[in-house]
Write a protein that binds this ligand. Structure first.
Ligand code: NAD
Length: 341
């Protein structure tokens, strides 16, 4: 594994004489000698990431954005008076950008967006780089990701890498995300330069798909640790132990983990935790469940034996459907289990 620093070397320029871009929704490649960057998916993560990217790019570069949610693109355009273009569709983004970043919800969104970008093949217009780099930051299953990567390679449209991230919305806003990338060695430096504009750490875990495998293994463990912590805390409290004393003991003992130490599911144990503010904010139970499902799917496809995951998935399914837990931080499983609040 290689950890790349966030210190960014000067971005590659396409031509020494950059022409300042002042028009919106109008693009002239003959005039455009500066770098053009594409960003698709201005949601909870993508919006602040694209903002950070725009803020750190040279003013003469252009960021071309797209989202099916027109309110998001309108707001983004409104917040950037220069250097941003809204594309009519994702194909326009691919045609004009030398580097395209996608931050989309589910595998089918990623597959659909890349199909539109890659088929039928189109050459990059004059003035852009020789080879496109597609960076997908969505958390999806490695099989879909590999299919998209193969389609990109076969179409001759560019290189595709997987780059799932951790750090949540807070990390996206602060530009402190960690990216786990699966990429061939020849694009690691280029990808690191780009991702370092939106995050603090870029970890190269191996060839294409490796970033997602790393992310899903971590989030599988997190999903289980969260339930185990909720059960252990509930157990101890029902036996009559003081919640803070119990957590304090666990956190200097062998049961210590992120959910016990930082995101303890019992209200009042950790000041400022989601549990201490009615389970608001944090890592949504639906997202935790989505990542768990993706991990289980990928494990099954590779004939990897897992024992605890199916029971955990059932618990998250039920928690997600419960009206007192829906939409809350995933530590709300403690409430679902009947924990004392
Ligand atoms: P989100 O639903 O808030 O945003 C996704 C955006 O994609 C939306 O704005 C949506 O309109 C847009 N979109 C959907 N289909 C599109 C299409 N065909 N063309 C263009 N735009 C389209 O999701 P998010 O929370 O930003 O998460 C994005 C990805 O990052 C997910 O895969 C998620 O698992 C992962 N992730 C999220 C978090 C988090 O805390 N939210 C943390 C780490 C990773």
């Amino acid at each position: 594994m290689r950890a790349a620093s966030a210190i960014v070397s000067p971005l590659r320029r396409l031509a020494p004489t950059a022409v300042r871009h002042t028009q919106r929704r109008c693009f002239s490649n003959s005039q455009n000698m500066q770098a053009v960057w594409g960003f698709i998916g201005l949601g909870r993560m993508g919006y602040p990431m694209a903002k950070n990217l725009r803020a750190k790019l040279p003013a003469t570069d252009t960021l071309i954005v797209q989202d099916v949610n027109l309110d998001a693109t309108k707001q983004f355009l409104g917040e950037h008076s220069e250097g941003v273009i809204v594309a009519e569709n994702v194909r326009e983004v691919a045609e004009k950008s030398e580097c395209v970043i996608t931050v989309l919800p589910e595998p089918h969104h990623v597959a659909g967006v890349y199909k539109s970008m890659l088929q039928p093949p189109s050459l990059l217009k004059d003035g852009t780089a020789k080879e496109r780099l597609f960076i997908d930051c969505s958390t999806i299953d490695p099989t879909t990701s590999r299919e998209v990567a193969n389609a990109a390679t076969l179409s001759g449209q560019g290189k595709f890498i997987d780059s799932p991230m951790s750090g949540g919305v807070v990390g996206a806003q602060a530009g402190t995300l960690t990216f786990m990338i699966g990429a061939s060695a020849d694009v690691v430096d280029r990808a690191t330069e780009v991702l370092s504009l939106m995050g603090r750490r870029v970890l190269h875990l191996g060839e294409q798909g490796a970033g997602l495998h790393g992310k899903l293994a971590n989030n599988y463990l997190l999903a289980l640790n969260n339930i185990a912590t909720a059960e252990a805390m509930n157990m101890g409290i029902q036996w009559g132990l003081d919640p803070k004393a119990l957590a304090g003991m666990i956190n200097i003992s062998t049961g210590k983990c992120w959910p016990s130490e930082v995101n303890n599911p019992v209200p009042g144990v950790i000041e400022g935790s989601p549990a201490s503010r009615g389970y608001e904010g944090g890592f949504g139970v639906a997202l935790a469940n989505k990542d768990l499902k993706l991990a289980l799917k990928a494990a099954k496809e590779a004939n990897i034996k897992v024992v605890l995951g199916d029971a955990a998935k059932q618990l998250y399914d039920e928690t997600e459907a419960d009206s007192n837990c829906k939409g809350k931080d995933f530590s709300v499983v403690y409430r679902f289990l009947g924990g004392k609040e």
